[in-house]
Design a protein around this ligand. Sequence first.
Ligand code: ATP
Length: 271
Amino acid sequence: MDLNGLFGLGGSWQVAMAIADVLIVSYVIYRVLLLIKGTTAVPMLVGLGMITVAFFASKWLGLHTFHWLVSQFLSYSFIFGIIVLFQGDIRRGLARLGQGWSLGYDRAGEASRIEELVQAAVKLAQRRHGALIVLERTAELDELIHQGIRVDAEISDEILLSMFQPGTPLHDGAVVISKGRIAAAKCVLPLSANPTVDHDLGTRHRSAIGLTEDVDAAVIVVSEERGRISLAVGGKIHRDMDPEVLRKFLLRLYAPPRRGSLPQRQRKVAA
Ligand SMILES: Nc1ncnc2c1ncn2[C@@H]1O[C@H](COP(=O)(O)OP(=O)(O)OP(=O)(O)O)[C@@H](O)[C@H]1O
C-alpha cells in the first residue's frame, strides 16, 4: 500500500475502520471470557478448539478417513456443547413440566409453614444470627441432604432459631427443608462462579445463588453482618427483603391462591 493511500482521506478512514474492527472483536472476546470464566464452558471450548485444529490439519495432510471422523465429531460436539452450556436451564425447564411446587404434601398447611419460615428469618435477622435455609421445589434434594447431618423435625421458628444459634453444633452451613420437614443441617452448597454477582456478597450469599443456578430450589439467607434477609431463586438473589415482601414471595412460589379462595389470615411478624 503506498503512503499516499495510507494517509490520504480514504486511507485514514480504512485505518480507523481496521482499528475499530480490532477493538470490537477484542471487546467481544473479553466479554465472552468474563462470562465463561470459571464455568464448565472453558474446558469445553479448549476441547472444541483442539478438534477444530485436528479438522483443518487432517484436511491439509490428506488424512481422509480421520478427517471424516473429526468432521462427524465436530458437528455432534456443537450440539452436546449447547446441551452442556445450558444444562441448568434445560434441567429446570424439564423439571417444571407438569409439576406444582410445594413445601409439603398437604397444601392446606403451606401458608402456616411459610409463616414459620418468615418468623424464623425475621427473628434471626433481629439477632444477627447468620442462616441459610434451602427450600425444596421441583428438584429432589436427596444428594444435598445425604452429605449433611440428618434431622427430621417439623418446620418451626423455634427449632430454626435454635439450630442457627451461634456456637451450637448445627449452626454452620445450610438447613434443608424437604417434603414439609426440616430434613438436614450443616449442608454445604456450591458457590456461584458467576462473575457478575455483586462483589460485596460473601460466601453465604454466593452459595445460595450457586445452588439455585443448578437446582430448582429457593434459599432464604440471613446475613450475620447486616441482619438483612435475602431470597435466592433461579440463580438470582433478591436482597434486603422486608417480612411482608418475603411472605408474599414465598406464598407466590409455594401456595399460589386458588381461584375463588379467600386469602389466609396471617400472624403478625414479631416486632
Ligand atoms: N458453600 C457454603 N455452604 C453452606 N454454608 C456456607 C457456605 N459458604 C459459607 N457458608 C456459611 O456462611 C458463613 C460465612 O459467611 P460469610 O461471612 O463468608 O458470607 P456472607 O455472605 O458475607 O454472609 P454474612 O453477611 O452473614 O457475613 C459460614 O460460616 C457458613 O456458615
